[in-house]
Structures are given as structure tokens and as C-alpha cells.
Design a protein around this ligand. Structure first.
Ligand code: GLC
Length: 536
């Protein structure tokens, strides 16, 4: 039985995240569009060789949070194209053998969504209870102490009716009430709308926020450190977010979501954005009967100290928590996090490529990380992300700049003089055209790894076995399936290292240091400083 038969497509697929505003602009207005994705389909399927892509939101939106504030769930923003462009995109992707995953933002709408406009119009409106409206306290203060991720209270007083509405993000993103059956039914219909248009799956935004404490108790203060190592969340970290998200009733919501997916053939999937680092809790979102999320997103490697021990601890934690029959997944970059190559540097970012594409689990690559694109410096007058207004050091524009296709002034992204965000200062060197010509480039490392993974059942679906008897600066593991054995070893130190691998003989198939490729080894492996290798 081939691994394709035993594994669902999302368990063997490499997913590529596209931020449509920044991928390719075909109209010359400085903003990327869906036709741009269609035109670059060969890059995804052939040049890179990924299996699926996930599109960040392309829906009509006032763009207060760049599309994560949806004002119509069933259409395409004219900036990006229209529904027929979308249909062509899906058809073209399927012809190229690529699956299409779209972002679904069910926790909140835009304040310009007709549902919210109706809801806020009066206390008696039939859609009033589609959102979370509460009276302020008698002294006029908010109903409880819940905070907005982007700063300030999560409650906004609306003068029209004298009540507050809940928004865990911007005040332009009012929270839908998922305890209301009418809301659930409406959002499930939205899923069917896109499933009928043949999308293969959803990345569900901020999925744990869907269920909160029904008693709406105050959150306790956070006396520990920040939740996110690489990116403290500012004022939001002042609380433990015990009651404003992740209520256990969310499991029932996930089961209902999965049931909608199961109405369709060929199989569809849902991943859910969550920042959970307690692996037992994280594993629970696959569902006790594997009937919840196909992939609860795992941001563990983004949080890991970049050392042999730091990385291994995450991987072993994840491996121990994934329920039998479920499948891990890994992420190392996103539109919400500082760029991978800036966080980890050149060596770390190459090691990350090797790990992401060889660990047991489905990887998601963030556009541009395959070029080692750095976080761009955004001058204050060009800042776009609303978060940079409340907490400038947390702004996310630096990782959302245009895809770097060429060394031309608009980076081959646009012909406009001024794209919506400036082109990254490193585009002369870090761009697709130049890197394709350089065998040592980041891009060619990714291409070699992707090709290797395609041809190796052990890498796609084999078991994971860490090697214990290795130097402290080395993380090494074996992936195997049937007779096929693959050894992966990463040297996290600036010194060369020797690793004993008794009984293992093979040839270096891919290395972060290309000159090692082709070397034969038997029983021992020598690693250059910072080197990561895959040996078959
Ligand atoms: C998710 C998105 C982020 C957005 C937020 C609110 O975390 O990834 O970009 O700002 O949800 O929708």
C-alpha cells in the first residue's frame, strides 16, 4: 500500500502560505491580486514543488486589519479580482496538482458587515444577539477585564444603544457569538459556499476564541513571563487568558466544523490557528475520536530556543502528544511573526529549512522564507498594520512586504512606483531570479529539499526516532519506512562536530553546505560548523 493510500493529502502535503496583497500585482496598483497567484502557479508547482497553498483573506473588507475584518464572506474584494477569478484560480491550481486552502475568519466580522450594521442598530434588532452586547458596569466601566490583543479593553461602548460590544482584536472587528445557533448555522453555510467552489480546506483564524467562559469572568493577572518568547504581546500579556478563549465547549464547535467537511468528497480539511504550547492541550484539538481539527496549528518551533536541546524538546513534546492516527505539523513563519531569517540569521534559517522539510509532520512555508527574506525596515510614515499604531514594536508590516521575484526596482512584484508596503532592502540579492542562478542559494536549498522529500516515502510518512548518543550541540533523528532509512543531523554550534551513527551507511543527499553533498559515510558523520544534513 503506498503512503498516498494510507495518508490523507494534508498529511503528506507541503503547504505554502500566500499573503495575496504581497505576492504579485498584475494591475499596477501596488497591491497583489488573485491573477498574480494564477500567473505564478508554475513557481509553486514546478520551481518550488509544493503541494498546496493557503491564501490569507481576499474577501471584501474595509482593510482595518488587512482582510481579517471581513464585510462579506461570500465574495472577493475588487482589489484582488472577483469570484470568477477565484474559480479560475482553483481550476488552475487543481490542473497543476495543487490543493487550495483558504483563510476562514469566523470569530469576528468587520464592523461594516451588514450583520453588524443591523445588530448595532437597536437592542431589539433580530441580529442583536449575533454579536456579544453587554451593559457596562454601573460606574460606566467595561463589563469585565478582558483585553484586546491589539491593546486596550476588549469592550467598546456604542453610544447608539448604550451597550458595549466585545472585540478581542480591533474595535472594527466585533466578535460573533458562537453560542448562538443561528450564527453557527450561518458560518457553516459560508463554509459550504466555498467547499462548493471546490476549495480543499480552510485555515481557521483565531480558532480558540470561538468559545469563551459563559459566565464571562475576569481573567486572572499574569504573574509569569510573556507567553511568546520571540514576540512578547505587550499589554495583553498582563493577564492569563483563561476565560476569554479556549473554553472546552470549543471542542463541540470543532466537531461541527469537521462534520461539514465530511459532507464533501474528495476529502477536505481544516487547520486552526492557535498558540498553545501545552502539548497535551494542543493534541486534544485533533479530537478524542480524531473528529475535530485535522491540524491544530503548531507554532512550537517558532517559540523554541534555537539550540539542539530547545528544538528537540519541542519535537519530542509534539511527538508524544499527537494522538495515534493523527499527524503533526510545523510552522516557522507567518504574516504575524518577525521573518524567520531575521529571527535565526542565515545559518539558522538554513537549518530551519532542513528541519521543516524533514521532521515527521506537514510543513507550512511562509512566502519569501524560501529566499531567506529579512524583516523589512518600514519608515513610520509607511506603516500600515494597525497594531503598529498602538504598540509600534509589535507591528507586523516587516514580514508582509512584497514577494521578491527579481532585482528590479519593484522586485518583479509590481510596476507601480510605490507598492502598498515598501520592497525589502535586501531584494537585490534575495530574489527568485538571482537565487535560481546560484546553486548555493536559499531557494536552491529549499528546492533540493522539496525534491528529496517528494521522492522519499520515509521523509513524507516514515517514523521519527531521535538519536540520543550525540554531542550536546547536535540534534539528529532518523526517519524510516520499510527498508528506507534517512538520517537528519543539525549542528547548532560554530565548531565542527563528529556524530557516531553505528550501523548507518549512506550518502549526504542535501546539506546546508552544498560542498558536503555526495559525501559517503559509514558509522560516523562529520558536520561542518552550523551544518544540517540529510543522509540517505
Ligand atoms: C489572526 C491573524 C492575524 C489577525 C488576527 C485577527 O491572528 O493571523 O493576522 O490580525 O487573527 O483576525
Amino acid at each position: 500500500m503506498s503512503d498516498r493510500e494510507r495518508h490523507e493529502w494534508w498529511q503528506t502535503a507541503v503547504v505554502y502560505q500566500i499573503y495575496p496583497r504581497s505576492f504579485r500585482d498584475t494591475t499596477g496598483n501596488g497591491v497583489g491580486d488573485l491573477r498574480g497567484v494564477i500567473e505564478e502557479m508554475d513557481y509553486l508547482s514546478d520551481t518550488l514543488g509544493v503541494d498546496a497553498f493557503w491564501l490569507s483573506p481576499f474577501y471584501p473588507s474595509p482593510m482595518a486589519d488587512f482582510g481579517y475584518d471581513v464585510s462579506d464572506y461570500r465574495d472577493v474584494h475588487p482589489l484582488f479580482g472577483d469570484l470568477s477569478t477565484f474559480d479560475r484560480l482553483v481550476a488552475r491550481a487543481h490542473e497543476a496538482g495543487l490543493k487550495v486552502i483558504i483563510d476562514f475568519v469566523p470569530n469576528h466580522t468587520s464592523d461594516q458587515h451588514p450583520w453588524f450594521i443591523e445588530s448595532r442598530s437597536s437592542r431589539e434588532d433580530p441580529r442583536r444577539d449575533w454579536y456579544v452586547w453587554r451593559d457596562p458596569k454601573p460606574d460606566g466601566s467595561p463589563p469585565n477585564n478582558w483585553l484586546s490583543v491589539f491593546g486596550g479593553s476588549a469592550w467598546e461602548l456604542d453610544d447608539r444603544t448604550g451597550q458595549c460590544y466585545l472585540h478581542s482584536f480591533l474595535k472594527e472587528q466585533p466578535e460573533l457569538d458562537w453560542r448562538n445557533p443561528a450564527v453557527r448555522a450561518a458560518l457553516k453555510e459560508v463554509m459550504r459556499f466555498w467547499l462548493d467552489r471546490q476549495v480543499d480546506g480552510f485555515r481557521i483564524d483565531t480558532v480558540l476564541f470561538l468559545m469563551k467562559d459563559p459566565a464571562e469572568r475576569d481573567n486572572p493577572p499574569n504573574v509569569g513571563g510573556p507567553r511568546h518568547l520571540h514576540k512578547p504581546l505587550g499589554a495583553y500579556d498582563a493577564q492569563v487568558h483563561e476565560h476569554d478563549q479556549g473554553h472546552p465547549d470549543v471542542h463541540q464547535v470543532f466537531r461541527e466544523v469537521r462534520a461539514v467537511l465530511k459532507e464533501y468528497e474528495p476529502p477536505r480539511m481544516a487547520s486552526g490557528e492557535m498558540h498553545v504550547f501545552d502539548w497535551t492541550e494542543w493534541g486534544s484539538y485533533y479530537g478524542a475520536d480524531l473528529d475535530e481539527l485535522n491540524m491544530p496549528t503548531n507554532f512550537g518551533l517558532l517559540e523554541a530556543p534555537w539550540t539542539a536541546m530547545g528544538v528537540r524538546r519541542v519535537v519530542d513534546g509534539v511527538e508524544a502528544a499527537v494522538p495515534p492516527g493523527a499527524w503533526p505539523n510545523y510552522v516557522l513563519g507567518s504574516h504575524d511573526d518577525p521573518r524567520l531569517a531575521t529571527r535565526l540569521g542565515e545559518h539558522g534559517s538554513r537549518q530551519a529549512a532542513v528541519l521543516l522539510l524533514t521532521l515527521r509532520g506537514s510543513p507550512t512555508l511562509y512566502y519569501g522564507d524560501e529566499l531567506g527574506m529579512r524583516e523589512a525596515e518600514i519608515p513610520p510614515e509607511r506603516r500600515q498594520d494597525p497594531w503598529s499604531l498602538t504598540e509600534p514594536e509589535l507591528g507586523r508590516d516587516g514580514c508582509r512586504t512584497p514577494m521578491q521575484w527579481s532585482p528590479d526596482p519593484g522586485a518583479g512584484f509590481t510596476l507601480a512606483d510605490e507598492p502598498w508596503l515598501p520592497v525589502g532592502g535586501d531584494h537585490a540579492a534575495r530574489n527568485v531570479r538571482s537565487q535560481l542562478r546560484d546553486p548555493d542559494s536559499h531557494l536552491n536549498l529549499y528546492r533540493r529539499l522539496l525534491a528529496l522529500r517528494r521522492g522519499s516515502a520515509a521523509l513524507r510518512t516514515g517514523s521519527y526516532q531521535p538519536l540520543d548518543d550525540v554531542p550536546p550541540d547536535c540534534f539528529a533523528f532518523e526517519r524510516s519506512r520499510g527498508a528506507e532509512r534517512v538520517l537528519v543531523a543539525v549542528n547548532f554550534s560554530p565548531e565542527p562536530l563528529s556524530v557516531d551513527v553505528p550501523g548507518f551507511a549512506g550518502r549526504v543527499a542535501v546539506s546546508t553546505h552544498r560542498k558536503s553533498e555526495g559525501c559517503e559515510l559509514e558509522g560516523a558523520l562529520r558536520l561542518l560548523p552550523h551544518e544540517a544534513v540529510v543522509v540517505l
